[in-house]
Design a protein around this ligand. Structure first.
Ligand code: GBH
Length: 483
């Protein structure tokens, strides 16, 4: 329960988040090269409604509308991502730079500044240049990938020097690794499941990919710190996803242990190397030699590479241990069951349109505390938080726009965050709601909506704010201390 006394600091940065492939459209315009998601969407059966990001919200042509929308919501900040293949169409360090592509983002940043909105840029939100996948296997090729990502990061840091002070290297490396190389649900769709893909090894590739992303993150941070931070200031970190884990049977110590292990497999996989210089013991124990080892040079890049912890968080699960079973070689969760109901038959939260998402705001507060205890109370920026609404896409417009469920979600979650700040000493300093507008929800296509703004895809991508668009500003107005 939210207490009335909780508050957030006067300089708290709040706003909304989006990602390039989910909103921009204009995939063939002004020299943009294809990404692995353009290719993945063309494979029949991969996207629920057979759609793609070809048009999406058409944000490439709507800077003014998007910035006006942010302003009308009272946002102080906007987190968006760059399409690497818009900026370097073939992606590599010896490939040409596309100035037209950079121009779009420069114009967006200028428009945000003119509106008094702080930009936060994500360098990578899953849309790897297809040419790099084809040239050398993308993330799987450590030396090539790290060198190309570092080059891309430097090109961007130069272009935005002094204009952007908040940088996120990678969005949710867990998703790129596990969904892209183990489950096969996301591009490039590799998996051991031969009904889904002719190629891939879910027992090894995801761990290699995660490892290589960590090193690329560390290398880009080194560039920022050595070549830009001294002159321009600013901060850089990685964004990790992770749900809270509640024991299936709170009286069973094995379920309590499994809950902790679940968070280690999803979050500490990346955060432990960054904050503690090593992979979690539970992962080393289960995965053995399948988990790559850091060389001294690699771990020197990775350890200490976060100026802040970027946290994407949506929901919670119940976790049940699996006593005395040998883990499946393709297991990525820590050899346990992820459930929506506990032993007493209670649901972790109300049902939404997303099968994986049931809100439980107290879990947000608990995870903020868990992360703070494990990683020494780092500065945290919540870079995504939000919900879909059951049946929203089938509602009449009037009903859809009155999204009380989403407004309730934000009241609960922002309240829980204020409690974590006030009562638990958690150093949370920013919050971006997912998402500014309905958009291309990856493998779910357009059927699942996460926006505080309705996008009318059949009618020129017209944007109409829902109730929740205005609610968030009211909630922050209540919690943020007046300076
Ligand atoms: C975010 O990921 C993404 O950053 C954003 O682009 C996306 O639009 C938003 O979520 C809403 O989905 O299918 O059981 O394997 C959230 C973290 C982690 C949530 C993977 C879905 C899939 C669980 N995601 N999870 S499952």
């Amino acid at each position: 329960m939210t207490t009335q006394t909780s508050s957030l600091p006067s300089d708290f940065l709040w706003g909304f988040a989006t990602a390039s492939y989910q909103i921009e459209g204009a995939v063939n315009e002004d020299g943009r090269g294809p990404s692995i998601w353009d290719a993945f969407c063309k494979i029949p059966g991969k996207i629920a409604d057979g759609s793609s990001g070809d048009v999406a919200c058409d944000s490439y042509h709507r800077i003014d509308q998007d910035v006006a929308l942010l302003k009308s919501c009272g946002a102080k900040a906007y987190r968006f991502s760059l399409s690497w293949s818009r900026i370097i169409p073939k992606g590599g360090r010896n490939d040409p730079i596309n100035h037209k592509g950079l121009e779009y983002y420069l114009n967006l940043v200028d428009a945000l500044h003119a509106a008094g909105i702080t930009p936060l840029i994500t360098l990578f939100h899953w849309d790897l240049p297809l040419a790099l996948e084809e040239r050398y296997g993308g993330f799987l090729n450590k030396d090539e990938f790290v060198a190309d990502f570092t080059h891309y990061a430097r090109v961007v840091f130069i272009a935005f020097a002094g204009k952007v002070k908040h940088w996120i290297t990678f969005n949710e490396p867990w998703c790129s690794s596990v969904l892209g190389y183990n489950v096969g649900q996301f591009a490039p769709g590799r998996t051991s499941d031969r009904t889904k893909s002719p190629v891939g090894d879910g027992a090894t590739e995801c761990w290699i990919v995660g490892h290589n992303i960590l090193i690329a993150h560390g290398a880009a941070v080194k560039v920022y710190r050595e070549e830009f931070k001294g002159v321009y200031g600013g901060e850089i970190g990685i964004t990790l996803n992770g749900d809270w884990a509640e024991p299936y049977d709170p009286s069973n110590p094995a379920d309590i242990e499994a809950s902790n292990r679940k968070i280690e497999f999803s979050i500490s996989w990346f955060a432990d190397p960054i904050y503690h210089g090593k992979y979690p013991d539970s992962m080393i124990a289960q995965l053995g030699s399948r988990l790559p080892k850091f060389t001294p040079e690699e771990i020197a890049l990775v350890q200490g590479s976060n100026d802040f912890y970027g946290m994407n968080h949506y929901c919670a699960n119940y976790i049940r241990s699996k006593p005395n079973t040998t883990p499946d070689p393709t297991d990525v969760a820590g050899n346990l069951d992820i459930l929506m109901e506990n032993k007493a038959g209670e649901s972790i939260g109300p049902i939404t349109q997303s099968p994986w998402l049931r809100p439980n705001a107290l879990g947000f507060r608990k995870l903020l505390k868990w992360l703070s205890d494990r990683y020494g109370y780092p500065k945290i920026l919540v870079t995504e938080n939000g919900t879909s609404v059951l049946g929203e896409n089938d509602m009449k417009l009037e009903e859809l726009l009155d999204d009380e469920f989403r407004a309730w979600y934000f009241r609960e979650y922002i309240g829980a965050m204020a409690d974590a700040f006030t009562l638990d000493g958690v150093n949370v300093r920013g919050y971006m709601a997912w998402s500014l507008m309905d958009n291309f929800e990856w493998a779910e296509g357009y059927e699942t909506r996460f926006g505080v703004t309705y996008v009318d895809y059949g009618n020129g991508q017209k944007r109409i704010p829902k109730k929740s668009a205005k609610e968030i500003g009211k909630i922050f107005g209540k919690y943020i201390q007046k300076s």
